[in-house]
Design a protein. Structure first.
Length: 281
């Protein structure tokens, strides 16, 4: 329907008259079509809105006056309770700080009891035990302690190699004949005197308990001057002799040593058996 329709104009005239001064209300209705809401600034211009705002401002001013009056009354109250409350809070804070772990130094507190608290006794460290030296074997068969110590090395080496008892006796008798169970250096080899020794000999370049010669391939001077190495070298050579277990002590020892006095070993068999029995008991 068009805006210039006579019926529309009649309906518009029949509407109630608008309030004077309300320009927005005359623009709000045209015919039966409703326009969008007016801006807020137009609403603030209405009389009813201005009255409401004035009333609100008056109420706020009244509340402010009451609050000011109450504040004035509070200032007249004594301040002693407030100071006491602050002091109490400071004391509580101080007590909490004294239980804190994150502090440089704890406040000193005097214990009411004169007796001092027992202190923990310091931990006493036990002294480390010194290694116990193996007991040296008691000499037998007329040997001194040095000879008996060397005999023990010969027997222990044979036991490590799982040699039979007969091999221990052959080795002891051989060392008794060759060096009298002393670890000998050689006057021919000055180098041998640089190692621990218990005397010296002059039989070519023979050294050690078994008078083995470095020039014959038994080992270096340093190796042969070690009793344990010399004993191992002797047992290794003895094992290479076929049927040595069935040989006499002299034949077995001579097969290893190839000495210029092959029958000399037999005289030590009984004493060697006594020493072997003492060291393996």
């Amino acid at each position: 329907m068009h805006a210039d329709d006579p019926s529309d104009q009649k309906l518009t005239k029949a509407l109630p008259a608008t309030r004077p001064g309300d320009a927005a209300s005359t623009e709000r209705t045209i015919g039966r079509h409703r326009l969008p809401d007016p801006p807020r600034r137009a609403l603030l211009g209405s009389t009813s809105v201005r009255v409401a705002l004035a009333t609100g401002v008056t109420c706020c001013l009244g509340l402010t006056a009451v609050a000011t009056a109450r504040g004035a009354e509070d200032t007249t109250r004594p301040v002693e309770p407030l100071a006491e409350a602050v002091a109490d809070r400071a004391a509580i804070a101080d007590e909490r700080a004294s239980r804190s772990l994150d502090r440089d130094a704890a406040p000193m507190r005097v214990s009411p009891s004169p007796a001092a608290k027992p202190t923990a006794s310091p931990t006493v460290r036990k002294a480390a035990k010194k290694p116990v030296k193996p007991r040296r074997p008691r000499p037998v068969a007329g040997l001194d302690q040095t000879q008996m110590d060397n005999a023990k090395i010969i027997v222990d080496t044979g036991l490590e190699l799982k040699m039979p008892r007969r091999a221990l006796v052959v080795a002891l008798a051989t060392a008794m004949q060759e060096s009298n169970l002393y670890n000998l250096a050689s006057d021919v080899l000055p180098e041998s005197a640089e190692y621990p020794h218990q005397g010296s000999g002059s039989d070519h370049d023979s050294v050690g308990l078994f008078q083995q010669r470095p020039s014959s391939g038994w080992g270096t001077v340093a190796e042969l001057m070690r009793p344990s190495y010399a004993a191992r070298a002797f047992y290794t050579a003895l094992n290479e002799i076929p049927g040595w277990q069935d040989m006499s002590l002299t034949a077995a020892a001579q097969a290893v040593q190839i000495s210029g006095f092959p029958d000399a070993y037999a005289q030590h068999e009984e004493r060697a058996s006594t020493v072997a029995a003492a060291l393996t008991a």
